[in-house]
Design a protein around this ligand. Structure first.
Ligand code: FES
Length: 127
């Protein structure tokens, strides 16, 4: 059986870049990224989902941002996240991992239903 390539979870550490607009405390992105890193490391997904902490995911006006993608899968970006959303984000990552194409927008965890901000088709997401 072929080994599956891990999916990738991106988290922005810079949010809120525009603190005046987002109403989010300075440093929230870094705290969110560290909380995601700790929760993922302790989860069964640790060997199936790579975490990349970046300086921007292009969703600056609505901090904090995270995105998921994988080989042959769409890219989904979520906004207005915080440390309280880490459990829902890992639920989402598990759903995404179980999907062959990442098309899970109709099955999002309740806390993330209104935070899907961007969906890129697989052919664009992986360039
Ligand atoms: S600074 Fe976080 S998405 Fe741009």
């Amino acid at each position: 059986m072929a080994k599956r390539v891990p999916d990738t979870l991106y988290v922005c550490r810079t949010c809120p870049r525009e603190q005046w607009r987002g109403g989010v405390a300075a440093g929230e992105g870094e705290r969110f990224a560290q909380a995601v890193r700790a929760a993922l490391a302790a989860s069964p997904l640790a060997s199936q989902v790579d975490l990349l902490v970046l300086h921007c995911l292009g969703g600056c006006p609505k901090p904090c941002n995270a995105a998921l993608t994988g080989a042959g899968k769409v890219l989904l970006r979520f906004n207005r996240l915080g440390e309280g959303d880490v459990t829902a984000l890992l639920e989402l990552a598990a759903l995404f991992r179980a999907s062959s194409d990442g098309e899970i927008a109709d099955r999002l965890p309740p806390g993330l239903k209104d935070r899907l901000a961007l969906r890129l088709p697989a052919e664009i997401a992986r360039g």
